[in-house]
Design a protein around this ligand. Structure first.
Ligand SMILES: C[S@@+](CC[C@H](N)C(=O)[O-])C[C@H]1O[C@@H](n2cnc3c(N)ncnc32)[C@H](O)[C@@H]1O
Length: 259
């Protein structure tokens, strides 16, 4: 699986980066609102398990899934070393092969952070799958790469790299990792996702993530300017929940309820 090749360095390059940590805390604050101790939740595209472990440490059971065996292996290693095996179960789940999932457990909620949902365009299949595996009233939280990222468009336009500046406008994008493996990325709008999820799921709210804070490939731009970085954190806290900033971001965070 293509993400296997980035798994080993993922924590070093993103998770442990100070800006990555700050962004993740914004989402963990939302997860704390959505789920409570005793809940059993499904995570889609868990990567190296940071959010699953954070929830487990708060008494929430997580079935942490990913399409990358390497990502799951790293998650499992962390979970076992922290003694959290009773709280986090790792399972293979590919969003493009949902019928292969044979477990019958019904969850109190589901979440997916930092873009796994962008690796499929089968949104209706996902909605149907979740209807079969969620309890009524379950909460959903999806961190999805947005179709328009203000930072990315402005920064790359200033550098006359219009291809990167407006790459998200394409229906789908073929991404190539350093070792040559490739995968397709899609940038669905909130409207497009909600069209696939309604009427069984109700939209609760949307927040931008990475409106004033740059995307990970250009973290370095603000990292070198601590005062500007502090200003961008402040602006992000003030504006990310409001139109148009809630979707002019690297990711948007979409919350729904299964009704
Ligand atoms: C950017 S990482 C995010 C990881 C993690 N959620 C986090 O917060 O750090 C995207 C994750 O999506 C997973 N992924 C990619 N395609 C997938 C698919 N078709 N089904 C499920 N997971 C997928 C990758 O293996 C990777 O772990």
């Amino acid at each position: 699986m293509s993400f296997d090749v980035v798994a080993a360095n993922y924590d070093q390059e993103f998770t442990q980066h100070p800006i990555g940590l700050w962004l993740r805390q914004r989402i963990q604050a939302r997860l704390a609102q959505l789920f409570s101790a005793g809940d059993v939740v499904l995570e889609i595209g868990c990567g190296t398990g940071e959010d699953a472990i954070w929830l487990a440490q708060r008494g929430i059971k997580v079935v942490a899934t990913d399409a990358s065996p390497m990502m799951l292996e790293i998650t499992q290693r962390k979970v076992s070393s922290l003694g959290l095996d009773d709280f986090v179960t790792c399972r293979l789940l590919d969003l493009n092969q949902l019928p292969l999932w044979k477990e019958s457990l019904r969850f109190n909620g589901v979440f997916s952070n930092f873009g796994p949902i962008n690796c499929t365009e089968r949104y209706s299949d996902l909605a149907d799958f979740l209807m079969r595996h969620l309890q009524s009233g379950a909460k959903l939280g999806f961190g999805v790469m947005s179709p328009f990222c203000l930072w990315e468009s402005v920064w790359h336009s200033l550098h006359l790299d219009f291809k990167t500046a407006f790459r998200r406008l394409k229906k789908q994008q073929l991404v190539t990792f350093a070792d040559g493996t490739q995968f397709l990325v899609y940038y669905p709008s909130v409207k497009r996702l909600m069209n696939a999820f309604m009427p069984h799921f109700k939209k609760l709210g949307v927040m931008g993530l990475g409106v004033w804070v740059p995307p990970s490939d250009i973290f370095g731009v603000l990292e070198r300017h601590p005062r500007l970085l502090r200003l961008s954190y402040w602006l992000e806290r003030q504006t990310a929940a409001y139109w148009p900033f809630r979707t002019w971001a690297d990711h948007y965070w979409l919350e729904m309820a299964y009704v």
